[in-house]
Design a protein around this ligand. Structure first.
Ligand code: SF4
Ligand code: SF4
Length: 358
């Protein structure tokens, strides 16, 4: 009888990145002597063996059509030895093995509308969530906010003149993929969901919706003889968590879904410990296509930080040093009791279990 054969493993994860690396990066992997930045947007790595690599970083719009991707690949083939990589915050990087290739590559990128920058102490490209393009619950278009804001901040992307690097992010709902950042723009619902009772029984798994609510504000109810749900509006914190599992709990609203700005988030352990961000501006109009009110607040915070922070202070370090009262004085943002909330009672009061309450 034939010997049983081992079944081959089915791999379905990220492929091994080594096969895609620029040959000099592969050859010198983990063996670099030093690196520097000859100009904003360009990294220069020198290996122990003497090899040198110049990396040119450019900003992209993240949501890309196939023509843009083809154009970026054509630029890579013609000007950058056929290699690209997408890196942090939707930037694209091209690697070349000779300094003489850097200037023509930069000129070609800029000519095609891809600004070069985003290294060192610059304002990075804004990390953002999917928005209207391919998510089912967004209250705003994160990609649109990013485009509008980066149009205004492009000079700070191209220069390295901030006290430290500045990461920005946007998020189109309150509860899911919005990330921590030095400055984050996040949707803020201000009214409890409006329930379409005709649809709840057909569309929603009611216990799942009840369990989603962090403050136990949702109860099953019979409305017009049909099974539905009701919301205790005094408890509801307008988080929108009930909307993804139950679209009839409509919370997005052209007028009452606003934008809020949070500052001081940091994910890394570099130089200081990670920090949580805090809300410093709320109730800003969700005003496409340019979101001018949001841009005004973000620019104000950035300019005061740039002028006032010491070298290498991240935004959270700067706020730590000057204190929140001075932050609001210097940025001239109005302070209300709802801002910079660090209510520790949340740990015990908010619903942290999956139990269903009736
Ligand atoms: S942040 Fe929310 S709405 Fe935006 S893409 Fe993520 S889950 Fe969807
Ligand atoms: S999940 Fe959020 S929005 Fe929905 S009822 Fe509960 S608190 Fe209100």
């Amino acid at each position: 009888m034939a010997q049983a054969q081992m079944r081959r493993a089915i791999e379905s994860g990220v492929p091994d990145n080594q096969q895609f690396l620029h040959p000099l990066l592969k050859k010198n992997y983990g063996n670099w002597k030093y690196h520097d930045r000859p100009r904003p947007g360009v990294l220069h790595h020198v290996a122990h063996g003497g090899d040198e690599v110049w990396t040119v970083r450019a900003g992209t719009q993240r949501q890309m059509d196939v023509f843009t991707i083809r154009r970026l690949c054509d630029i890579a083939d013609k000007y950058a030895e056929g290699h690209v990589r997408f890196t942090i915050r939707s930037n694209i990087e091209f690697m070349v093995s000779a300094e003489a290739k850097v200037a023509p590559l930069i000129a070609e990128l800029e000519k095609n509308g891809f600004p070069v920058g985003g290294t060192g102490n610059s304002v990075s490209m804004i990390a953002h969530t999917q928005g209207w393009l391919h998510c089912d619950i967004p209250g705003t278009d994160a990609s649109g906010v990013v485009k509008a804001l980066m149009d205004e901040l492009i000079d700070e992307f191209r220069r390295e003149e901030m006290p430290n690097r500045v990461h920005l992010s946007t998020s189109c709902c309150e509860i899911n993929c919005g990330g921590q950042a030095d400055i984050a723009i996040i949707v803020q619902h201000t009214k409890p969901p409006k329930i379409n009772h005709d649809l709840v029984a057909n569309v929603c798994e009611r216990p799942a919706v009840v369990a989603r609510c962090p403050v136990a504000a949702i109860r099953p109810a019979l409305v017009n003889g049909k099974p539905s749900l009701e919301v205790d509006e005094k408890k509801c914190i307008c988080c929108g968590a009930c909307y993804p599992p139950c679209p009839p709990m409509q919370i997005n609203d052209p007028e009452h879904s606003k934008l809020a700005i949070w500052v001081g988030g940091k994910n890394s352990n570099a130089r200081a410990k990670p920090t949580f961000m805090k809300m410093v501006a709320a109730g800003l109009p969700n005003n496409p296509p340019r979101w001018p009110e949001v841009a005004e607040v973000v620019k104000r915070i950035l300019h005061v930080y740039k002028a006032d922070a010491r070298p290498w202070e991240r935004l959270s370090d700067w706020v730590d040093r000057i204190g929140w009262p001075r932050f609001f004085e210097r940025t001239e943002l109005p302070f209300t009791k709802y801002l910079i909330d660090d209510w520790r009672g949340a740990r015990v009061n908010l619903n942290a279990s999956t139990h269903i309450r009736f």
